[in-house]
Design a protein around this ligand. Structure first.
Ligand SMILES: *[C@@H]1O[C@H](CO)[C@@H](O)[C@H](O)[C@H]1NC(C)=O
Ligand SMILES: *[C@@H]1O[C@H](CO)[C@@H](O)[C@H](O)[C@H]1NC(C)=O
Length: 354
């Protein structure tokens, strides 16, 4: 899964690092006076400014070149946390990584985000460990099964959805009852959650169907800032406040790298699916969260409203003054303060887990 860059792409890192450094300094200066529409702390404000510049300035391939792969990050995490790394080879070239005891009563399959082009960073594994710990404190048990899918543009849609379905197929094949299985995902991973739910209800023409035994339902699906509309223009966007860690600049390169030559459809853009498409999703409850300061918020609110129209058991939660996928990216940046969205996902899981 390693990427090759041309010499020109490699040399481009030099001016890119200069402009990222400048963005950090600019973040320090402008961050001394922050509004409600910007990060709560100066530390996060600077971190978001750097993330905005990195993601806008570098291509998905350059970012993959500069960062360790998801499975490397998992192995590093396991060494540091002194746990035995347990990785499963899945169909279609995917990998699944266990966090927590795989015999736990409940399993959450997590699809990481990053525009389909970025690997899972250490923030993900720290977040998974928090979920496992929270359930333990409530006298319940949970293991997280994190999917490593092939990043775009190396592979394009529907490969990543096939791999996401493969993770669910594997967990079901272990004989686990669907009502102990949760799906979770953030951003592009939320897109995969929506694609898997769609596939369960309406088998994708290029993916083997995955019928649940006895018409059972999954326990729940949690989506943090799901990216379910791959439009590259964001209409009616309010003036930019600098409170998020991504900008509109990423939409075009990330969406086109994922879609490749395929047409967009109900599986890639659940925001555009007719409301009846949601009706038979085999899942007990759905949680959708977003950050109050994120550029995707209008899309998330619209998606949640539409989802609710077609499917009753949907809850929406917005974390005040939070950025895109704050529960995970704040951990990545080095701020372990609990986010409102993170807290919500945890209490939702505690409530629904067996
Ligand atoms: C969990 O179980 C222990 C031992 O049975 C008990 O002392 C504790 O209060 C329980 N905690 C919760 C959150 O139910
Ligand atoms: C999207 O959903 C609608 C309504 O169920 C259906 O008529 C249409 O064929 C779907 N499109 C695809 C590509 O599956």
């Amino acid at each position: 899964m390693s990427v090759k860059l041309t010499l020109q792409q490699k040399l481009d890192f030099l001016p890119a690092i200069a402009s990222i450094t400048l963005a950090a300094f600019y973040g320090i200066i402008t961050g001394l006076w922050r509004t409600e529409r910007q990060a709560k702390t100066l530390f996060l404000h600077i971190g978001y400014a750097v993330m905005r510049k990195v993601t806008a300035r570098l291509t998905p391939s350059q970012m993959q070149y500069a960062t360790p792969t998801s499975n490397k990050v998992y192995e590093q995490y396991a060494r540091k946390a002194r746990i035995q790394a347990q990785t499963v080879q899945l169909e279609h070239g995917a990998l699944g990584h266990w966090i927590g005891d795989r015999d736990a009563t409940n399993v959450m399959i997590w699809y990481h985000g990053g525009g389909f082009g970025l690997p899972a960073n250490i923030g993900y594994f720290k977040f998974y460990a928090q979920l496992v710990q929270t359930l333990k404190t409530s006298n319940k048990s949970l293991a997280v099964f994190s999917l490593t899918y092939t990043l775009a543009p190396t592979e394009t849609y529907p490969t990543q959805l096939k791999q996401a379905v493969a993770a669910a197929r594997y967990i079901l094949s272990t004989g686990r009852s669907p009502d102990t299985i949760f799906l979770g995902g953030d951003s592009a991973g939320g897109n995969l959650v929506s694609g898997v739910l769609s596939h369960l209800a309406h088998p994708h023409p290029q993916i083997e169907p995955l019928p649940l035994p006895n018409n059972a339902k999954l326990a729940g699906a949690a989506m943090i800032a799901p990216w379910t509309l791959l439009d590259t223009e964001f209409p009616d966007q309010e003036i930019y406040h600098g409170g998020d860690l991504i900008t509109q600049a990423v939409a075009q390169p990330w969406a086109s790298a994922y879609i490749g030559k395929s047409p967009r459809d109900n599986y890639t853009d659940l925001s555009n699916a007719p409301v009846e498409w949601f009706k038979d999703f085999p899942v007990n409850r759905v949680l959708i969260t977003g950050g109050g300061n994120e550029i995707l918020l209008p899309i998330i609110l619209d998606f949640a409203a539409k989802f609710k129209e077609g499917f009753e058991r949907v809850e929406l939660f917005v974390g005040h003054r939070e950025c895109h996928v704050a529960p995970i990216y704040n951990l990545y940046l080095g701020d372990a303060t609990e986010t409102a969205q993170g807290k919500k996902v945890k209490s939702w899981l505690v409530e629904l887990a067996e």
